[in-house]
Write a protein that binds this ligand. Sequence first.
Ligand code: SAM
Length: 284
Amino acid sequence: MACKSLLYQTVPLACPRTTPLGRVKSKFGFGTVRGCSSGSISKSWIGVSSSFPDTAFVVPTDDKYGNKQIISITPRLYDYILSNVREPPILRELREETAGMSGSQMRVSPDQAQLLAMLVQILGAQRCIELGVYTGYSSLAVALALPESGCLVACERDEKVLRVAKSYYQRAGVSHKVKVKHGMAADILKSMIMDGEACSYDFAFVDAEKRMNQEYFELLLQLVRTGGVIAIDNVLWHGKVADPLVNDAKTLSIRNFNENLMEDERVSISMVPIGDGMTICRKR
Ligand SMILES: C[S@@+](CC[C@H](N)C(=O)[O-])C[C@H]1O[C@@H](n2cnc3c(N)ncnc32)[C@H](O)[C@@H]1O
């Protein structure tokens, strides 16, 4: 990014057919004017395709990325994506039956769960860890993707939600693959390391206390083998990580974690804009 200190102001664009930068040829659109401390002004754009008015796109602020248009998810497009997810019936049942429960918005989305299952399959994973189970949606997706001999250590501090998760493992016929650990995630990981389990896991999914991500990551790096994968959820934190005016403790902690990952030579990384943002790290 060209400017260090940014002021954001969202302004509606009155049907810009071309912008001062010649970027947006859409009929409708919104521009975000960024005022930089240096006094120079750059613009980033959110446009709507004139041929497909329900399709939005964004163009990076930084000119060096050219006019690369990235698809932006609209409700209609997201419905389409969801209609292309192969959600197993038992996962669908779990999602629908727990939709009214408090905290149900914390659950990963069906497209995220499918990606997790895909990672497990690509890795040929046998041994997995999940931090933050809630009612079991993501862990069940992982357990279903594991071979019969596979094992998922599922860590959760809330016994009440674990009861729901366990009932679904049972109904799905995967209980034998899931080792439920009730307690604080970091403590459980430390005891697994003490028990000599270092470098014996293929895959880990982090979705517990966001301010603990760095600590979870350090512990998981010890538990996961070389070539293994650690996926971390909520790395975009509803977009707050990219807004310099938002500096609450959770946002700061996730932003710092993302910055640290960028510099971390121990892993290869890919930040994927799925759900609330998921970074996939492969241990080198
Ligand atoms: C975002 S939800 C997990 C959602 C789950 N992965 C899913 O897709 O259904 C986070 C969960 O982490 C649990 N949690 C939060 N802090 C924790 C901690 N320190 N140790 C263990 N579990 C924790 C919460 O009780 C909550 O159930």
